[in-house]
Design a protein around this ligand. Structure first.
Ligand SMILES: O=C(O)CCC(=O)C(=O)O
Length: 274
């Protein structure tokens, strides 16, 4: 089992605020193992790019993109995102039923009077914020996940952001507008809502700056407004995020660069219960 179960208090906090901190969600040694693999992955990409064996293309927001058989990466001003779900140790962690159980208990379709619904993995990403002044170090703009990238027909998505080593607020840890999930979806262009609806920051309080130890995580609802300040330190901020959805969601497509997570069955892999 990669992850501990969540407590009733953590679930209640999540329902109220649309996010929750989950200390020691996974074993710190497991987090360090994933971190070592992440560093190897970045070195491999740099080598492939430098040798010209892999091509860089430009994505729709002007970001550089790198696509190999089992790797998809994009350099945004605020993050380097790397999708690598066909590889170990990432695959086993993202598909671990114990992580799926956390998502299952947070989404909890049975609360709506429906039968309980399994949870599937819809995406998994390494998220790297580089040190101050470097490419991919800027602030993550405030947005809702709202799973618009994959055209979901209903609510029922959570992101689980796992720290792979200690991460301090100065490195740009996420901030959440607590309770904002109650507003529902606030637009498809998901990172302009605080300019469009300025009263939101008067209506809802910001989460305190968060400090993570390796293996600590936060989980957020798909409508919770969140973002992160820039990395002001000389240390890389390493995070691994797994996205889970209720299996009754109708989803139009995989996330960009997700490398066909749905293959070969045309559905996202069920993670919990199995
Ligand atoms: O890591 C970040 O700065 C943002 C991550 C994020 O937006 C997410 O996990 O949904």
């Amino acid at each position: 089992m990669a992850a501990r179960d969540v407590t009733g208090e953590e679930i209640a906090f999540y329902r109220e605020n649309g996010w929750a901190k989950l200390p020691c969600l996974i074993d710190p040694n497991r987090a360090r193992e994933v971190l070592a693999a992440c560093k190897d992955l970045l070195a491999e990409m740099e080598e492939a790019i430098a040798s010209g064996s892999s091509k860089i293309s430009i994505g729709k927001h002007g970001e550089r993109q790198y696509l190999a058989d089992d790797l998809g990466a994009a350099w945004f001003p605020f993050l380097l995102t790397v999708r690598h779900i066909r590889r170990e140790p990432f695959r086993s962690l993202a598909l671990d039923p114990s992580l799926g159980r956390v998502a299952y208990r947070m989404i909890d379709r049975a609360r709506l009077g429906a039968a309980q619904v399994p949870v599937a993995l819809s995406d998994a990403n390494l998220l790297v914020k580089f040190p101050a002044g470097a490419e991919c170090s800027k602030a993550t703009r405030y947005h809702q996940d709202n799973a618009a990238d994959i055209g979901m027909d209903r609510v029922g998505h959570v992101n689980m952001w796992i720290a792979l080593e200690e991460v301090t607020p100065e490195q740009g840890t996420m901030r959440f507008l607590s309770g904002s999930h109650r507003e529902g979806p606030l637009g498809k262009h998901r990172d302009t809502m605080l300019e469009e609806y300025p009263a939101l920051t008067e209506m809802y309080p910001w989460s305190e700056p968060l400090h993570y130890m390796p293996g600590d995580a936060t989980v957020q609802h798909d409508f919770t407004i969140h973002g992160a300040p820039e990395n002001m330190t000389d240390r890389i901020r390493w995070g691994f995020v797994c996205s889970y959805i209720a299996a009754d969601c109708d989803v139009e497509r995989d996330a960009p660069l997700s490398l066909g997570l749905r293959e070969p069955y045309g559905t996202f892999p069920i993670v919990y219960p199995v």
